[in-house]
Design a protein around this ligand. Structure first.
Ligand code: TLP
Length: 347
């Protein structure tokens, strides 16, 4: 099989030999009965890291977000969300289908919203309007190019929400990246939200799984809906073990992914026709525009694939690259050389 350098997403990582070993040897039980010790350990670890009363292990980031929305809203409520966010764009319309909520989408700067913008969007208490019940934030912001929510912005939004009786859900699929890059602890971000979802299957390199964290009462509600949505798993310790291992071994190394992403951005800036500002690359995601090359993103993706590098075409002229555990700094240099070759080739 051809070995690709896969920059499509940090979800593509395969468990390392040591991770597989702890998975194979994990102590397990029936988690629907709450009897899987490894799942319980992972849930306790994540609850502590996020400074929340409890956490629950779920199969995916999508389920984590949607269980949170379901638990915090009633059908007909309005949810304020950034217009390019994952929970709104890439979760199959689940908010409408499963929770019956309507979204009020606000345009952020690289995915980041301002408290004043949100304040204006909150519906007045009038029976003509939907009830603004929830605000969803995403940190880091995927479509925003892995941008980190500044803590002070989150503080202002949280204060505003509290003063209006509105709840906050934080999609923290890559909160680990935000924390390692900013030096701000995960619990400091999580303190500014009522519910938090985090993934172990992205930068941390575990094969499956996400967690939802919040108050005990909230997690009881999430637990009930997890059953309803078919997300109750049995001897899930096999996969939770990978999460425990990843928290111990793969958290601090996210720095390397961030350095690799920065290197990609700096190198790409030198390519003719590429539009990118390396200072916007804060974590492990690099998004850039290639309009001026005269090629489409799909053409570039196809040409790169032929040369052994997989990338993600984001719309007609945008490309997304994500660095992770399975790409080395040497791979980054190879990918850059390949970009130069492909982008400067006469069509
Ligand atoms: N993002 C994936 C794809 O779905 C696009 C990726 O490759 O980036 N929140 C955020 C911010 C995410 O980026 C993702 C996945 C999710 C939630 C959903 O997680 P999963 O894929 O586990 O359902």
């Amino acid at each position: 099989m051809k070995e690709f350098i896969d920059l499509r997403s940090d979800t593509v990582t395969c468990p390392t030999p040591d991770m597989r070993k702890v998975m194979a040897e994990a102590e397990v039980g029936d988690d629907v009965f709450g009897e899987d010790p490894t799942v319980n350990t992972l849930q306790e670890r994540v609850a502590i890291l996020l400074g929340k009363e409890a956490a629950l292990f779920v199969p995916s980031g999508t389920m984590a977000n949607q269980l949170s929305i379901k638990s915090l809203t009633r059908s007909g409520d309005e949810v304020i969300i950034e217009s390019s966010s994952h929970a709104y764009n890439f979760e199959g319309g689940a908010g409408a289908a499963l929770s019956g909520v309507q979204f009020n989408c606000l345009k952020g700067i690289r995915g980041i919203l301002d408290a004043s913008q949100i304040e204006e969007a909150i519906r007045p208490a009038d029976h003509h309007f939907a009830v603004t019940k929830l605000i969803c934030l995403e940190n880091t912001h995927n479509r925003g190019g892995g941008s980190i929510y500044p803590l002070e912005k989150m503080t202002e939004i949280y204060r505003l929400a509290q003063s209006k009786g509105i709840l906050i859900h934080l999609d923290g699929a890559r909160l680990w990246n935000a924390s390692v890059a900013s030096g701000i602890k995960p619990h400091e971000y999580a303190q500014r939200a009522d519910s938090v979802s985090v993934c172990i299957s992205k930068g941390l390199g575990a094969p499956i799984g996400s967690l939802v964290a919040g108050s005990k009462g909230f997690i009881e509600c999430v637990h009930r809906f997890r059953k309803m949505f078919g997300g109750g798993m049995r001897q899930a310790g096999i996969i939770a073990a990978a999460g425990v291992y990843a928290l111990d071994h793969h958290l601090e190394r996210l720095k390397e992914d961030h350095q690799n992403a920065k290197r990609l951005a700096v190198g790409l800036k030198e390519c003719k026709g590429v539009s990118i500002d390396p200072k916007h690359v804060e974590t492990n995601i690099v998004i850039f525009d290639i309009t001026e090359t005269g090629m489409t993103a799909l053409q570039v993706a196809e040409a790169m694939k032929k040369e052994g590098v997989l990338i993600h075409a984001f719309g007609k002229t945008q490309i997304r690259l994500v660095t992770h555990l399975d790409v080395s700094s040497k791979d980054i240099e190879t990918a850059l050389k390949t970009f130069i070759k492909v982008l400067t080739r006469k069509s």
